[in-house]
Design a protein around this ligand. Structure first.
Ligand SMILES: C[S@@+](CC[C@H](N)C(=O)[O-])C[C@H]1O[C@@H](n2cnc3c(N)ncnc32)[C@H](O)[C@@H]1O
Length: 527
């Protein structure tokens, strides 16, 4: 469900991009800084597509991937959107190609869509690594620095297909050259040809120009950042906290294909056994979660689940087990009152509500009205709206103005998301080191506000989808200094022992548990 929720969020975000009048109908990209892409509109929205040129020589997945990558880089699209789309997504994507490049290709088939998903996600993840190779193979530094955006995306796609997807190299060269010639101009095609052929030769002699892991810590961090395609600051941080070997394993996890979990929605009367039957009919390979009764894990087949309408009908949600285990830490019981302080888009609220068996109340507070609206609609769809009250507010104002005290309070705080980089392909490039300080002081403020809403004898759960100790253990340590009325309630009674840290916190480690990274502390307020 989180996926469906975010899809809807993303689509609504898409529609809020600058008006189409500011963009030409189709364009050639001159300078990287001046690039624009045509503005998305809702639905199958390109009435003029029948009159647009159709170029059957260009492979649809490459044209769509190139345009999609351009849009992501411009902030006009989200990297994981394609994972989330069902019927009609091919037509929408081709609409963007038509308006951006001025021609369409043949329609996308399901296989093409899967390729687009792989190529877009992979090209984004491997951006630093690919750019290192591309710039090394350009004749001079200026060629790369001044490369127009569409040309760069075509080259990245070609490099990714050859180096990481192991696709037949000369077919990749031909197809990407053709795309550059048709979408840009003849000379661009020649450049793509020259650079990709150099790459193929280097691959054949196993002599890619990659940095060596040598020199001082900084030099090694830079080399690792290129070899595993992450920002240098993340590598330095993880090397410091985890050691180099573990940091490398983490980066390898972040670069691997994400797996997904589905939660059977008991609120709608669907048991996990019912969900398994449906997945078997769809021939989606899956396994039962060994940690959570309502969850199944799957590596592939999400598109099939979406196309079959299971998410749209509210029968199940896409939710990582690591998030489900945070709810286990809260341990909602029928009859309880629970405040979810940062609730939207509602993954945890909805799961908690489904565990209340119709008795009790989850107050879902969020500062973001749009996201909260989605939570409200999904709660209705999931038939758990009877036990959810939506509150649009900043939790700091809410706790100042309300004397409410509840049995349990969940603060699923805004965080760096460093635990979910395998699912969020572009997040590593958007997150900056400076964000960490701001996030930490926001987390402290939200913790203080949330603590006021816990009744004496009640429980406060602080959680993040970060693996960074400064956002996790450190925030709790400083909170406990400010709030001696709280103490750690070890989570061993609520989650399997492999997730319990020495201090009694819940921690899912992507490398160790093959789940997203997540943290939760359960804090009991004195009577
Ligand atoms: C990590 S997300 C929550 C995800 C959610 N718990 C779930 O499981 O789907 C953080 C949320 O905090 C909200 N938020 C940020 N600052 C807030 C504040 N001061 N008061 C209330 N909500 C806030 C954001 O709008 C965002 O929806």
């Amino acid at each position: 469900m989180a996926v469906v929720l975010s899809l809807r969020l993303l689509l609504s975000a898409d529609t809020k991009r600058p008006s189409s009048s500011s963009f030409p109908k189709s364009l050639k990209f001159d300078k990287r800084t001046k690039t624009s892409v045509s503005t998305p509109r809702k639905g199958n929205f390109n009435p003029s597509h029948k009159t647009q040129k159709v170029n059957l020589e260009i492979s649809p997945h490459r044209a769509v991937s190139a345009v999609r990558l351009m849009r992501i880089e411009m902030g006009g699209a989200f990297a994981d959107l394609l994972n989330e789309k069902g019927k009609g997504s091919g037509e929408n994507e081709m609409g963007y190609v038509g308006r951006t490049l001025g021609f369409r290709t043949r329609d996308l088939e399901d296989r093409d869509l899967r390729l687009v998903t792989d190529i877009v996600g992979g090209t984004i993840r491997w951006k630093r690594y690919l750019d290192h190779l591309i710039s090394s193979l350009c004749n001079d530094g200026n060629t790369f620095a001044r490369m127009e955006p569409l040309l760069l995306q075509i080259l990245r796609i070609g490099f990714y297909e050859i180096v990481k997807l192991d696709m037949p190299p000369y077919a990749v060269v031909d197809e990407n050259v053709r795309l550059a010639k048709v979408a840009l101009r003849h000379g661009a095609g020649n450049l793509v040809n020259a650079i990709l052929r150099k790459l193929v030769l280097l691959m054949e002699t196993d002599s890619l120009p990659l940095p060596k892991l040598e020199g001082d810590d900084r030099a090694q961090a830079r080399a690792l950042a290129t070899l595993h395609s992450h920002p240098v600051w993340m590598v330095r941080r993880w090397t410091k906290h985890l050691g180099q070997e573990e940091a490398i394993r983490l980066m390898m996890w972040n670069n691997s294909d994400p797996s997904f979990s589905l939660r059977a929605n008991s609120g709608k009367g669907l048991s996990r056994a019912d969900l398994v039957t449906k997945l078997n009919v769809l021939k989606v390979p899956h396994e039962l979660s060994s940690h959570l009764n309502d969850f199944v894990r799957m590596k592939t087949g999400l598109q099939l689940v979406i196309q079959a309408g299971l998410l749209k009908e509210g029968l199940c949600s896409v939710q990582d087990e690591s998030a489900g285990l945070v709810v286990s830490v809260v341990d909602p019981q029928p009859g309880e009152s629970i405040i979810d302080c940062c609730a939207a888009p509602g993954g945890k609220t909805l799961y908690m509500a489904s565990l209340l068996s119709g008795q009790g109340m989850v107050y879902a507070v969020d500062i973001n009205e749009g996201r909260l609206r989605i939570l409200k609609e999904t709660a209705k769809l999931h038939q758990v709206d009877g036990v959810i009250t939506n509150v649009h507010s900043d939790i700091r104002t809410f706790s100042d103005n309300n004397s409410t005290e509840c049995d349990k309070v969940l603060l699923d705080a805004p965080c760096s998301g460093l635990g979910v980089l395998s699912k969020r392909a572009d997040l590593r490039w958007n997150r900056k080191l400076e964000d960490m300080e701001q996030l930490k002081s926001l987390q402290d403020e939200l913790l203080d506000a949330a603590s006021l809403l816990v009744k004496p004898g009640g429980v406060l759960v602080y959680s993040t989808c970060s693996i960074d100790p400064e956002e996790n253990e450190e925030r709790i340590a400083t909170f406990l200094l400010r709030h001696p009325e709280f103490q750690i309630d070890p989570v061993g009674r609520y989650v399997p022992p492999e997730f319990v840290t020495e201090q009694g916190f819940y921690f899912s480690n992507p490398v160790k548990h093959s789940l997203d990274g997540a943290f939760a502390a359960r804090l009991a307020r004195a009577l």
